[in-house]
Design a binder for this molecule. Structure first.
Ligand code: SAH
Length: 227
């Protein structure tokens, strides 16, 4: 799968993909990550990507033309297997189901906004999805894009060594993951639940399901309503 990122800060992406699962996926060619500098598609003296908002108001907006030109150059042939998503606090919430859906794509282009956001015609006429990473505002689409690439890449077939490990984790079952423990069995007087030390697999399976349910009810009751 090929991930494309369109940004005015290409250097931003030097760090995030150089560790662990994602870095290994790049090295083994399971995924490619291509960072595109939006200013390549500006042709004025100042290479400007922003302008003042119509109707007045604070700050600057990213203008449509460089973004349209870039998207057309990066994905000249759109198809069901190639999608464009705009990073936006006004978007639909990104979740594990979206990550799974996108992990089957051939190519995904993520457009990063900055300033006060992006001219609405990009959302209306260019992209397939307008996507938010949560109910809060960050100052640019770069962190959201990096986060989405990480979440999608680990679901691309062959990226996680043990395929089962993405099936049993938080959200895939509809619940949060169960609590996990490692050695020592007694840490500063806090003991690991007895059942995990016993080796009775059926008991352990039951305990894991019950504690996953309890943790979901405590932290994310909204998830329980969905299942
Ligand atoms: N004025 C906008 C916020 C602009 S923040 C608003 O109130 O909705 C600048 C850029 O950061 C946005 O264009 C978007 O690309 C990115 N961004 C900010 N919050 C985000 C979020 N929750 N999810 C995804 N992208 C976000």
């Amino acid at each position: 799968m090929i991930f494309h990122v369109l940004t005015i800060f290409p250097e931003f992406f030097r760090g995030p993909f150089e560790y662990g699962v994602v870095s290994r996926a790049v090295q083994t060619n399971k995924i490619q990550i291509r960072i595109h500098d939006l200013r390549q598609w500006t042709f004025d003296r100042h290479r400007s990507v922003d302008d003042r908002p119509f109707g007045g108001g604070e700050g600057m907006l990213m203008k449509p033309e460089p973004i349209f030109l870039a998207a057309q150059a990066i994905l000249p042939q759109k198809s069901d297997n190639k999608k464009i998503a705009l990073m936006s606090a006004q978007g639909r919430l990104f979740d594990q189901a979206t990550a799974r859906r996108w992990s089957a794509l051939d190519e995904l282009l993520l457009i990063c906004g900055r300033y006060e956001g992006v001219d609405e015609r990009v959302a209306q006429n260019l992209v397939d999805e307008e996507t938010s990473i949560g109910d809060f505002v960050v100052s640019g689409g770069e962190l959201p894009a990096a986060l989405i690439i990480d979440a999608v890449a680990r679901l691309v077939p062959g990226v996680l060594g043990n395929e089962a490990s993405s099936e049993n984790e938080s959200f895939s079952t509809g619940l949060l993951d169960c609590p996990q423990f490692t050695r020592p069995a007694d840490f500063r007087g806090h003991a690991v639940p007895e059942v995990l030390l016993g080796g009775n697999h059926e008991e352990i399976r039951k305990w894991r399901h019950e504690t996953a349910l309890a943790k979901t009810a405590k932290h994310r009751p909204d998830l329980l309503k969905k299942i």
